[in-house]
Design a protein around this ligand. Structure first.
Ligand SMILES: Cc1cc2nc3c(=O)[nH]c(=O)nc-3n(C[C@H](O)[C@H](O)[C@H](O)COP(=O)(O)O)c2cc1C
Length: 336
């Protein structure tokens, strides 16, 4: 018997639950095509960053101001090419959406990295008109301002999600941080604000310090499979609380068994970047094959059947996801 691999994510029907998360491979058209050919059932494009849009707007304003200054007689006249002289990241992003959409026959999800609400949010609309099937709102910020309370940060994030979701005619997923003090409450607030899906979790990169030069060095290390445990716990806890919302697992998906784990706790899709960067696009075929082998061995007929079957609502020991047998785990360590 063949396993029915189909799943639904953000209202999109996908052939399998294996999706490419935002990363360098989906930035490049040829690589995006290779990923789709290897079996990725949807592609998330790298983020368009709020800073890029704001920087571009500032540059354009300065140039227009300068031109206005040199042409005091006709301050509203500007050469036609003034807008074209800016190699606009936002325009290039919209062109990339169109190009990837034309090149692959799987859904394409655009990504917007946002820190705050502002005039730039109207770019979200352009993303939809460029043909993206959905938008992933990547919330990536570090709450370093001592004057802002946790409540301030949460409210700002919730407001931003609400504003973007209101603007969009396509579904919006939110790629969230694991660092909210009440993750479950924030998850529900994002859904109430209009998010159709949650992507768990954004992976925060920690800068390193060179003690000799005293330079702070941004570092990027690819993930390891053990890092999947954080999204696993939270998807298991959130699935029963938010039965209707789409949940995507991201971080540490390396093999077909990892895909199985993500789905068992309640994810609709499992996303990959690091594994593909390590092994190349063909790795996707292997992950799908391993997943099918696992599902066959355990006699699952479909993804729908196995999804959430070990969430906190369906497991015998839901507290294992909460305290993770904290005391027993600590006491189980034996000294040599
Ligand atoms: C080089 C690189 C670039 C990335 N760029 C983005 C990005 O633009 N937007 C985003 O939301 N995530 C980005 N990510 C994060 C990935 O989408 C993914 O969430 C993260 O790598 C964890 O998944 P993994 O363990 O499969 O790598 C990037 C990751 C890598 C390694």
């Amino acid at each position: 018997m063949t396993t029915d691999l189909s799943t639904t994510y953000l209202g999109l029907s996908l052939r399998t639950p294996i999706v490419a998360s935002a990363g360098p491979y989906t930035r490049d058209l040829d690589h995006a095509r290779q990923l789709a050919e290897a079996g990725m059932s949807a592609l998330v494009l790298p983020s368009l960053f709020e800073e890029e849009i704001l920087h571009e707007e500032n540059e354009l304003t300065s140039a227009l101001d300068a031109l206005a200054g040199t042409n005091a007689e006709a301050t509203d006249f500007f050469p036609d090419d003034v807008f074209e002289r800016f190699d606009s990241p936002a325009d290039r992003y919209l062109e990339h959406i169109e190009a990837v959409k034309a090149a692959v026959d799987v859904p394409v999800i655009a990504s917007l990295n946002a820190g705050s609400h502002g005039a730039w949010t109207s770019y979200a609309r352009l993303i939809a008109s460029a043909g993206a099937d959905a938008l992933e709102l990547n919330l990536y910020h570090v709450a370093a301002d001592p004057d802002r309370t946790g409540h301030d940060v949460e409210q700002a994030d919730e407001f931003l999600v609400g504003e973007i979701a209101k603007l969009m005619e396509i579904p919006v997923a939110v790629k969230v941080s694991p660092f909210y003090s009440s993750m479950a409450n924030m998850a529900r607030r994002f859904v109430d604000a209009g998010a159709a899906g949650l992507v768990l979790f954004n992976r925060f990169y920690q800068p390193d310090l060179d003690p000799d030069s005293r330079e702070v060095r941004p570092t990027l290390e690819l993930s390891s499979p053990w890092e999947l445990r954080l999204p696993l716990r939270w998807i298991a806890l959130l699935r029963p609380a938010l039965p209707e919302v789409s949940l995507a697992a991201t971080t540490g998906i390396e093999s077909g068994r990892d895909v199985a784990k993500a789905l068992l706790v309640g994810a609709d899709v499992a996303m990959m970047t690091s594994a593909v960067l390590r092994h190349g696009p063909d790795h996707v075929r292997r992950v799908e094959r391993e997943f099918v082998e696992w599902a066959t061995e355990h006699e699952y007929d479909s993804v729908a059947q196995l999804r959430g079957s070990v969430s906190a609502a369906n497991t015998e020991h839901p507290d294992a996801f909460e305290r993770a047998n904290y005391v027993r785990t600590l006491h189980s360590y034996t000294l040599n």
